[in-house]
Design a protein around this ligand. Structure first.
Ligand SMILES: Cc1cc2nc3c(=O)[nH]c(=O)nc-3n(C[C@H](O)[C@H](O)[C@H](O)COP(=O)(O)OP(=O)(O)OC[C@H]3O[C@@H](n4cnc5c(N)ncnc54)[C@H](O)[C@@H]3O)c2cc1C
Ligand code: FES
Length: 355
């Protein structure tokens, strides 16, 4: 990525000036992974998966810990001088060297997919998340769509290669065969007869999505679905339908979900208002649908952020004055000094933030 820090030129320069010592001895002094303040990783390989997605392998520095299958990490990249953070599931098997698989849908993912190269530096936070495999082996159903396959791919890679008693039914939806992530590897793993059955649901060929508003598609595809611990990751609508269906079948305790976007209450946006970023000396008019985080970034304020969906608390900013609305509940609140989760809050009138 042309706008990211690269190690390679530094390594080349080091080898010229450090002889007879090993360049590594000197590089340790300026190693981009060695910052005490910010965990970093070096991109070691980039594999193209589909025209719009890529797997980025990286070597993390000290402070990283091995991930459990299904966990995610915050990844920061410097783009045009501004550090942008997004969350990505780790797609390699639990405990293996990490990688993320990114699908390009917006500015940051686009840069990661199309402009990342070996030697680039990624900023990192350690793996987290509780969308992880059950402690004891049991029959599993994985329901995924699009890039929602990523945390489940880590689980499949972990289970199928390492546990002889794996019993996994995976139903993955994609628009076309060409855009179905990991299709060849999944079909190969399913062919090993190691307890994985893969059902690819290609919406472009079937003319409709895998329907979770009734039990018909599930009954036809995985008849014993009610008995299985079920992991769902995909678009909001799919997750909402699954929650309703499992609740109606009175088996919701067997459902584990992972969302890539926040749950917002329809119509919870409210009025909007003027948002003043005091320390940055910037202000902007934000409508009731724009989060304070987006409003700040659009105005050029360096906003702290992480998951951007209300789970990691990385985006907290103190409120100086005004009221904000929580997009998840519609609740309007605001006390001076209160820490505001800017990724899920909008302005409810004029707002003054200490950032
Ligand atoms: C826990 C977690 C794990 C994630 N894992 C992955 C992953 O493994 N691979 C991956 O590509 N992305 C993943 N995401 C989404 C990722 O963090 C970014 O939101 C995504 O790459 C878009 O960022 P952007 O800056 O390109 O676009 P933005 O402009 O920030 O996002 C555009 C909009 O798309 C929404 N969105 C986010 N993800 C999706 C999606 N999959 N489908 C449709 N809309 C979406 C966002 O909420 C936002 O409203 C994950 C998100 C979370 C919270
Ligand atoms: S960025 Fe994670 S809670 Fe707001």
């Amino acid at each position: 990525m042309d706008c990211m820090t690269r190690l390679n030129p530094l390594a080349r320069l080091a080898s010229v000036f450090t002889t007879p010592h090993a360049p590594e001895d000197f590089l340790r002094l300026v190693n981009p992974l060695s910052s005490a303040r910010q965990l970093r990783g070096i991109v070691t390989r980039v594999d193209r998966e589909t025209p719009d997605s890529a797997t980025i392998h990286f070597r993390p520095g000290r402070g990283w810990h091995a991930h459990e299958a299904g966990q995610w990490a915050r990844i920061g990249v410097d783009i045009d001088g501004v550090r942008q953070w997004r969350s990505y599931s780790l797609t390699t098997a639990g405990g293996e060297d990490p990688a993320i698989t990114v699908t390009a849908i917006g500015a940051i993912s686009e840069a990661l997919v199309h402009r990342t190269e070996p030697g680039d530096v990624l900023f990192l936070s350690p793996p987290q998340g509780d969308f992880v495999l059950p402690e004891h082996p049991r029959p599993l159903l994985m329901l995924t769509a699009g890039s929602g396959l990523t945390p489940v791919m880590s689980m499949v890679r972990t289970l199928v290669r390492r546990r002889s008693d794996a019993d996994v039914e995976l139903v993955h939806s994609a628009r076309t065969r060409e855009t179905a992530l990991f299709r060849d590897e999944l079909e190969e793993l399913a062919g090993l007869d190691h307890g994985l059955t893969v059902h690819h649901w290609i919406t472009g060929e079937r003319g409709r999505r895998f329907d979770l508003t009734s039990t018909d598609d599930l009954d036809a595809t995985v008849p014993d679905w009610r008995e299985r611990a079920t992991y769902v990751c995909g678009p909001t609508e799919m997750i909402d339908d699954a929650e309703a269906l499992w609740r109606a079948a009175e088996v919701e305790s067997r459902l584990v979900i992972e969302r890539f976007a926040p749950i917002t209450l329809p119509g919870s946006g409210g009025d909007g208002g003027r948002v003043v970023f005091e320390k940055s000396d910037k202000e902007v008019d934000a409508d009731g649908a724009t989060t304070l985080l987006d409003a700040g970034e659009d105005a050029g304020v360096i906003m702290p952020s992480g998951c951007r969906m209300g789970i990691c608390q990385s985006c907290l900013v103190p409120l100086q004055a005004g009221r904000v609305r929580d997009l998840r509940t519609g609740e309007v609140h605001g006390d001076e000094g209160q820490l505001i989760q800017t990724c899920v809050s909008t302005a409810a009138g004029d707002v003054y933030l200490d950032v």
